[in-house]
Design a protein around this ligand. Structure first.
Ligand code: F6P
Length: 527
């Protein structure tokens, strides 16, 4: 791996000097006054997404230094290693190839006319063949479920990447979902969640999708077993028709009693898996054609990331800003504000994407990092957030960069609403930057609070795919600069192990050798 960690480059020191000299005092309002072309200069068009970056705390000189940083860390080579299928997930010795799931099918590479555009893909044509035969099978199955009027409810049982992606996308594509099918998502081991869904469905009209890359996750296995028990106890007999498993571990699904299975590969990370069989709920919801458009939108963004020079590369520009804010300004979080109610689960989805990928305190070689990594990601759809936490964004003591997402053309025809929605999102970004002078203090807005504005023409399967691929790649960029492995998640293991031990202690009452607080809680729970 030809990577140099960001803090070991000359550009890192140059950025720190620039920040100390003037960067900390940068004012976007002054920058706009001095440069009538700032909006154009700091805008970026990418497939399906227009980005206005001009309200960020950045000037040409900083941008040039950040690009130097990208070059000196070997970002382009690391990106090329991703797209060549190298084992960049070094702690698990795995390639990272979710992007390959979005690559259109190609004819055999010995026909130079139809060889893949990406030279690196020539070594991956066998994988591409599997991917497309698996995709074809899954989409044929999705179409058969769509055509089966007797199936009215689809219940996805999965957690983390096996839940957040399909759940976010099915909600986002609400306008494309076929009538006559309802979608439910059960993730939590808290039985209230499954019980509430089981109250609303009937065995004969329900399809359960058990989604788990590993087919070992305790929440999913517990929920799947309870669903199967409920199904059989309520007269259900045909497991092959009413249960399907989406997993890389087909033998475990078979052993569990599920014979209808759709596989994928260990080089697809959980939080990057909705492009695989894990996307089946979305494929059922919007159909094979819609799902292929979703993959196509993401592929267009992959090509943008793979081939566009760094200075005009939107994921690169966003990832560089993320590093600038986290490591030089010291901003601890980023708020994501989608101004579209169907994008309501996007913040939760992005939390896993960013924080599970880049929430790391050591670099890829295991060395402790002397700088900060993943920010906290949080948010709610607008305009709701405005009436909750935007007070803090405008007047709080901490500066939180905000990422607005807006959609130009609505899918409803209710008069007035969309104009008002768009007016609000533009006004919030404006208010954060321009502020308001008031001598009294309470009504004073400091302004100069940074935001990025992402604009989609329309919310379609293709634009959703592009938006999500954009986010995946910007997380790749900051992770690459920080020198970390963005594709493992060892930090979730300890809690899983301890939960098993605590479960046994809860049943037995044995608190010997545990810390005082855990022991106190266990005794209180058993009393
Ligand atoms: O929380 C850890 C994690 O491994 C996530 O990365 C993953 O998305 C989730 O659990 C679910 O895993 P699986 O799909 O194997 O059930």
């Amino acid at each position: 791996m030809s990577r140099t960690r960001c803090d070991r480059t000359p550009a890192w020191g140059a950025l720190q000097s620039a920040f100390d000299a003037t960067g900390h005092a940068f004012d976007a309002r002054t920058a706009f006054a001095a440069d009538p072309d700032r909006f154009t200069r700091f805008s970026q068009t990418a497939p399906h997404v227009f980005a206005d970056l001009s309200k960020n705390l950045i000037d040409e000189a900083t941008q040039a230094l950040l690009l130097d940083l990208a070059q000196q860390t070997g970002l382009a080579a690391h990106r090329d290693a991703l797209f060549a299928g190298e084992a960049i997930n070094n702690t698990e010795q795995r390639a990272v190839m979710h992007w390959l799931l979005r690559n259109p099918a190609v004819a055999p590479v010995n026909n130079s006319e139809s060889a893949p555009k990406n030279a690196a893909l020539q070594g991956l044509s066998a994988e591409l063949g599997w991917i497309h035969s698996t995709l074809d099978q899954m989409l044929a199955y999705a179409e058969s479920v769509r055509a089966d009027a007797a199936i009215t409810d689809v219940v996805n049982i999965g957690i983390g990447g096996s839940d957040l992606g399909p759940q976010m996308a099915v909600l986002a594509m609400d306008d494309y979902v076929m009538p006559g099918k309802r979608f439910h998502f059960v993730s939590n081991v808290d039985g209230h969640e499954l019980a509430a869904v089981l109250k609303r469905v009937k065995p004969e009209s329900t399809l359960f999708l058990v989604a788990s890359k590993t087919f070992t996750t305790i929440e999913t296995m517990t929920n799947a077993l309870s669903a199967k028990t409920w199904f059989e106890a309520n007269g259900g007999t045909d497991i092959a028709r009413h249960f399907a498993a989406l997993t890389t571990n087909v033998p475990a699904a078979n052993a569990f009693g599920i014979s209808t299975t759709f596989g994928f590969w260990d080089w697809v990370g959980g939080r990057y898996s909705m492009w695989s069989a894990i996307g089946l709920p979305l494929a059922i919801a919007i159909g094979a054609e819609g799902f292929r458009e979703f993959l196509g939108g993401a592929h267009a963004m992959d090509e943008h990331f793979r081939t566009t020079p760094l200075a005009q590369n939107l994921p690169v520009r966003l990832g560089l800003l993320d590093v600038w804010y986290r490591n030089f300004h010291g901003f601890t979080s980023r708020s994501i504000a989608p101004y579209h109610s169907a994008l309501g689960r996007v913040p939760a989805y992005l939390q896993q994407l960013e924080m599970e990928s880049n929430g790391k305190r050591v670099d890829a070689t295991g060395e402790t990092l002397p700088f900060d990594t993943s920010p906290v990601l949080w948010g709610e759809p607008g305009t709701n957030g405005q009436h909750a936490y935007f007070q803090m964004l405008h007047q709080g003591t901490e500066v939180v960069p905000v990422e607005f997402v807006a959609v130009k053309t609505p899918k409803h025809d209710l008069p007035g609403h969309h104009n008002l929605l768009l007016a609000n999102v533009v006004a919030q970004a404006q208010a954060l930057m321009v502020g308001k002078v008031d001598a009294g203090g309470h009504k004073h807005f400091t302004g100069n609070r940074p935001s990025t504005f992402l604009l989609l023409e329309e919310l379609t399967p293709a634009s959703l795919g592009a938006l999500i691929a954009l986010q995946e790649h910007r997380v790749f960029v900051s992770g690459a600069l920080w020198g970390i492995n963005s594709f493992d998640q060892w930090g979730v293991e300890l809690g899983k192990v301890l939960a098993k031990e605590v479960e046994a202690r809860l049943l037995s009452g044995d608190v010997s050798g545990v810390d005082g607080s855990t022991s106190g809680l266990l005794q209180r729970l058993r009393a």
